[in-house]
Each structure stands twice: as structure tokens, then as C-alpha cells.
Design a binder for this molecule. Structure first.
Ligand SMILES: C[S@@+](CC[C@H](N)C(=O)[O-])C[C@H]1O[C@@H](n2cnc3c(N)ncnc32)[C@H](O)[C@@H]1O
Length: 257
């Protein structure tokens, strides 16, 4: 089943190049991830096709107007219905939203999709949010100029989970967060690297041993060590979910922090 994204944006031109490169291109070209762009200005009225105005109460910046957004959403609903699809939830990108996580991405990748609203200016008139937005998603504790990069980020993360997008299906299963932990380090050729400064750098010998069980254990321990040092809260969460084995706990209890 395809995942449909209806993207409301003031800058549709930002999306096209992204859909033609890299491993995710296959997901977009095959319409496994079916992107529909809805330029907000097409739904604005008047000579100037205004989509923003000054905030009531004063203050700097502009606010995205409700009416063009409602018209855009009505057009999307009509199109979804004509396509025989279901009514998709509306996601607004906002620094005040819940931080995006891999588990949310996984759920969206298995869903019918969503309407993605890319904010600009100071943000969206709260009445549109109250009436129509189902979920607010943040990319992190910093402020971007618009919701287009968050929308592209979300669609990229969803696209790479579609069957057949990655050459090796196991690849995303070992990515950071898929099992609740950060990823282990990766190495490739040459086995012995000489830097221009003369320093020689080898590869952990276990990776050259051909012993699959030892390699798997080494990778697991690297994941545990990196996660414990950088994101200890993820270790706590994995523990609370019962995902740490006795062997994992023994390794962690001997880990110098
Ligand atoms: C300049 S920002 C508005 C910031 C808003 N006044 C605030 O302080 O929260 C314009 C738009 O960029 C998007 N945006 C900015 N930072 C974001 C973030 N960290 N996560 C998700 N969207 C973000 C939102 O859609 C937002 O409406």
C-alpha cells in the first residue's frame, strides 16, 4: 500500500530535486511514497494572493492566514476522496511539537500517509491548528525558517523504510534507533589505512575474524557502549522495555563511563 503525503507549502520548488536522487528516488518514482504538492498561494485570493498578515496584539513577524489554509485543505480532502483514499491526518511542523522519532517514522511508513503543513513566518494562526491539526512534530530544539526541511526529512525517513528502496533490506534494521540503541561503528577497505600525516589505522580484529557470533556480540557491545555514553536515557528506555539481556547488563555494569 502506498503512503500518500499531501504537502501544503509556499515553496513547492524545494521538493522536486529531492525526489530524483539517491536510494529514495525509487520510492518516489514508483509512487510507493506518493507526494502531492499543494502550493498555498494557489489558494489565496486577491491581486496580491496574500497568505500572511500582521499578528493581533502587535509584535514582530507575520502569521499564516487561516482561510487560504482551509481552502487548500478542502482541495486536498476532495482529491483524497476522488482517489478513493481515506481521510489523512494533518501534521503541522513546529518547534513546539513532539520530537520526531524513528518509531513515529515506522508507524507513518506503515500508514496511509498524512497531510504535511509547512509553516513559515511566525507560524500558523492558532485557530487553524485548533480546528484541523491532528499532530505537531518538531525536528529538534532549534528554529528553522520553514517547515519544508522537516517535511523533506520526514518523507526521506519514511521512503527509506519502503520495501525495495534499500539494496539490503537488513540495512535499516541495524540503523540507529531501530532497536532503540545508537548504531555501532562501521569500517571498510583498506584494512590498514595510512593517513597523509603518516598515522596508521587498523580495523578492530574481531571484524576480520569471520566469526559471526563474535562479530554480532562486538557490534551489540559497541551499540551499548556508545548509547550509554552519549544517550543514557535510551539505555533506560530499552531496559524498561525489557530489551536488555543479562549479557547486556553485565557488559554495561563493567563499562567505564
Ligand atoms: C520561523 S519558524 C516559526 C517559529 C515560531 N515562531 C516559534 O518560535 O516556535 C517558521 C516555521 O518553520 C517550521 N519550523 C521551524 N523550526 C522547526 C522545528 N524545530 N521543527 C519543526 N518545524 C520547524 C515551522 O513550520 C514554523 O511554523
Amino acid at each position: 500500500m502506498a503512503v500518500r503525503f499531501d504537502v501544503i507549502t509556499l515553496f513547492p520548488e524545494l521538493f522536486a530535486p529531492f525526489q530524483t536522487v539517491g536510494v529514495t528516488r525509487r520510492a518516489f518514482e514508483s509512487r510507493a511514497v506518493d507526494v502531492h504538492l499543494w502550493p498555498l498561494r494557489d489558494h489565496a485570493e486577491g491581486v496580491y494572493r496574500r497568505v500572511d498578515d500582521r499578528p493581533f496584539g502587535g509584535g514582530p513577524g507575520m502569521v499564516m492566514l487561516v482561510e487560504p489554509l482551509v481552502r487548500a485543505l478542502q482541495a486536498i480532502r476532495a482529491d483524497q476522496q476522488a482517489a478513493g483514499g481515506e481521510r489523512l491526518p494533518v501534521i503541522l511542523f513546529s518547534p513546539a511539537g513532539r520530537p520526531l522519532t524513528q518509531s513515529r517514522v515506522q508507524a507513518l511508513a506503515q500508514s496511509a500517509g498524512a497531510v504535511l503543513l509547512c509553516g513559515r513566518y511566525e507560524g500558523v494562526d492558532q485557530r487553524f491548528i485548533d480546528a484541523y491539526v491532528d499532530e505537531e512534530i518538531s525536528l529538534g530544539d532549534y528554529v528553522l525558517s520553514g517547515g519544508e526541511l522537516p517535511a523533506l526529512t520526514l518523507m526521506d525517513a519514511v521512503a527509506r523504510l519502503q520495501p525495495g528502496v534499500l539494496h539490503d533490506a537488513a540495512s535499516h534494521e541495524q540503523d540507529s534507533f531501530s532497536d532503540g540503541l545508537l548504531d555501532c561503528p562501521h569500517y571498510s577497505r583498506p584494512e590498514m589505512l595510512t593517513l597523509p600525516e603518516g598515522q596508521e589505522m587498523g580495523v578492530p580484529s574481531v571484524l576480520m575474524s569471520g566469526h559471526h557470533a563474535h562479530i554480532a556480540r562486538w557490534r551489540r557491545e559497541q551499540q551499548l557502549a556508545i548509547t550509554a555514553r552519549r544517550r543514557p536515557e535510551l539505555i533506560e528506555a530499552a531496559r524498561a522495555r525489557g530489551e536488555l539481556s543479562k549479557q547486556d547488563e553485565h557488559f554495561l555494569s563493567n563499562l567505564p563511563l
